[in-house]
Design a protein around this ligand. Structure first.
Ligand code: ATP
Length: 248
């Protein structure tokens, strides 16, 4: 058995192309069963950190040049992205990326394919997703491209859940969405964490929002962790909140 620290990044450095140093030594841990927030302004390195974990940096000519990423005590650095998914780590990329021409149901089905489920199992798993996202049930035969942004985010999360993740990496789940639907989505994330034990690493610019739901937060600046702590402590830190929200 492994310890409580499920995901560990140890001094991870990464580059894009030959020269752009995006991560300059990121260390963090995501304990199993927790919700961890990855905070920081535009360009701080949140997306790069999540992509490094899923080994998706190669798509943009990026790579990890130093450090290690381990999961349940074993290094996953350089593992094929599909194998990372098979290890239970599933990512919802920034901007949602639903298959616009496929229905909600087809989008969900696509998320389970690595497990090669039978038709009946697929149906049962999709029904579980509809329990979490009742809105999606009503629109199961609607093409995803016709849904609202919030509903598309739900499809993207639901599709990721079809892979039965242990750890979900969500990149800016609130981006561009109305506050009401953001709250709905974060409430579901919290329920998934409490009732199903899904662990979350959430990259968010909206610190005030995500710290309301997270157990712990790491703040990135220029590819480095500059602050970290219990979510409650960060929220109560004058300096931290002033930095993020000005004096108001
Ligand atoms: P955002 O919210 O804008 O995605 P972020 O905190 O996720 O911000 P990253 O996208 O990880 O930040 O970017 C970290 C650094 O890497 C930035 O300096 C950015 O300009 C650079 N970068 C990101 N993607 C690429 C790329 N494909 N090629 C070159 N540089 C990149």
């Amino acid at each position: 058995q492994h310890g409580t620290d499920v995901l560990t990044l140890d001094n991870v450095e990464s580059v894009y192309g030959e020269s752009v140093l995006a991560l300059q030594g990121v260390s963090l841990t995501v304990p199993r069963g927790s919700i961890v927030a990855l905070l920081g302004a535009n360009g701080a390195g949140k997306s790069t950190t999540l992509k490094a974990i899923s080994n998706l940096l190669g798509v943009s000519r990026g790579r990890v040049i130093r450090g290690d990423i381990s999961w349940a005590g074993k290094s996953i650095l350089g593992l094929d992205p599909a194998r990372v998914v098979r290890q239970g780590i599933v990512q919802v990329l920034e901007g949602r990326h639903c298959f616009a021409h496929l229905t909600v149901e087809e989008n969900l089905a696509s998320g389970g394919f690595l497990r090669r489920p039978g038709r009946r199992e697929l149906r049962r798993d999709a029904d579980r997703i509809y329990d979490w996202f009742p809105r999606l049930k009503q629109k199961r035969h609607t093409r995803a491209g016709l849904l609202s942004g919030g509903e598309q985010q739900m499809v993207a999360i639901g599709r990721a859940l079809m892979a039965k993740p242990i750890l979900m990496l969500l990149d800016e789940p609130s981006m561009g969405l109305a506050p009401m639907i953001v709250e709905e989505i974060f409430d579901i994330i919290q329920q998934l964490n409490r009732d199903e034990g899904v662990t979350f690493l959430l990259a968010e610019q909206n610190a005030n929002l995500v710290l309301h739901y997270a157990d712990h937060g790491f703040v990135l600046e220029n590819g480095r962790v500059v602050t970290s702590g219990a979510a409650e402590t960060l929220r109560q830190s004058q300096d931290f909140m002033a930095y993020y929200f000005g004096d108001g």
